[in-house]
Design a protein around this ligand. Structure first.
Ligand code: SF4
Length: 347
């Protein structure tokens, strides 16, 4: 248990949490929406500090991040709980917590040990993933500070629901913001994740890029009948182009029936390719169809000269045409991070 940052004491021993956009107002002994912050005696505590449910050395492409240290390994750590309750959650065993089984299978992983293991596994960076990083915010912040001292890159794989204050607190130590933009309507976010207000996700992602120079990649899991309409896909693609820039990678990934959405079919590949076409029409230069192994869009092709610069098959990656962030054949800027991270050059 760890005292929470970004909390505000209110009348009657209530406390408000400012870590994510729910900004929960929590009474004595009660929990926030995520289940991982509790009011104890009028102070807010985080319950899962350094409690890891899942740990692995993953290819960075698995996050997915395609323009960020391609071919590298990211030490990937997840905990328990989530501030969203998505009907199709792939990791619902760890995101939906139940008081009786809550800590089963978890291990303690203090920040110093996480960094040490990342180095032992020859990872070039650390990623908070599998569940939402903001709901063990203090832990990710402590790890990120140590990671920077050790020359590791740092990545949030996030639903983007952090507050601007949380972003600004971790911003100096975070290199990449791999954010979901799950859909583009109030009805969709409410229906899928029980989130009534979602638009600040966009503002926070833009702030991560503009204020903190983070590398941004966007993922949209395209779910039949829920967010596969042109209106939402055009909304997402245009927003990325206009606010994050045409070189921002957009991953349109295949949905597979899961959790509470077992009744829906997998996304047809043609739908994902149509989403890609919508992205191209909007002006995006890098669109990747995800969860379809062997799809032709897995590799990165220079938009200017048409030559392949990074070849991928599943999680096998070969860099064939990059010089830093540029195409080595024609010199076009391709928005890759390969050398520089916060705190100096990588490694
Ligand atoms: S992290 Fe979000 S969901 Fe959890 S208590 Fe804080 S504001 Fe509520």
């Amino acid at each position: 248990m760890h005292q929470a940052m970004l909390s505000e004491k209110l009348a009657d021993s209530r406390v408000r949490c400012h870590i994510c956009q729910w900004r929960c107002c929590i009474g004595q002994d009660r929990f926030g929406v995520c289940g991982m912050y509790q009011n104890q005696g009028g102070d807010l505590y985080n319950l899962n500090y350094a409690i890891a449910s899942s740990v692995a050395a993953d290819p960075i492409e698995k996050k997915p991040l395609f323009h960020f240290f391609p071919g590298s390994l990211a030490f990937s750590v997840g905990s328990l709980g989530c501030n969203f309750h998505c009907k199709h959650c792939q990791n619902w065993e760890i995101s939906s917590v139940d008081e009786k089984t809550m800590w089963r299978g978890c291990r303690e992983l203090p920040p110093e040990e996480a960094i040490k293991i990342a180095k032992q596994y020859r990872c070039q960076g650390i990623s908070w993933t599998y569940n939402e990083p903001t709901i063990w915010f203090e832990y990710t912040l402590d790890c990120a500070k140590l990671a920077k001292e050790s020359g590791l890159y740092t990545v949030y794989v996030t639903n983007g629901y952090a507050t601007p204050e949380a972003l600004d607190t971790i911003g100096p130590y975070l290199d990449a913001w791999r954010v979901d933009i799950k859909g583009f309507s109030d009805a969709f976010y409410r229906g899928l994740a029980k989130v009534p207000k979602w638009r600040e996700i966009l503002a926070v992602a833009k702030r991560a890029k503009d204020k903190w120079q983070m590398h941004i990649e966007v993922v949209t899991n395209v779910i039949p009948t829920m967010n596969d309409d042109d209106e939402q896909l055009e909304g997402i693609a245009s927003w990325i182009k206009n606010e994050l820039g045409e070189l921002t990678p957009w991953h349109v990934t295949r949905f597979y029936p899961h959790h509470y959405l077992m009744h829906l079919p997998s996304t047809p590949v043609a739908t994902l390719e149509h989403a890609g076409e919508i992205g191209r029409q909007a002006g995006l230069k890098f669109i990747y169809v995800g969860n379809v192994p062997g799809h032709k869009s897995e590799s990165t092709v220079c938009f200017a000269c048409g030559k392949p610069v990074v070849q991928r098959f599943g999680y096998q990656t070969e860099v064939v045409g990059l010089e830093d962030s540029r195409c080595k054949f024609c010199g076009a800027g391709l928005n890759f991070r390969t050398l520089e991270v916060k705190g100096g050059r990588h490694g």
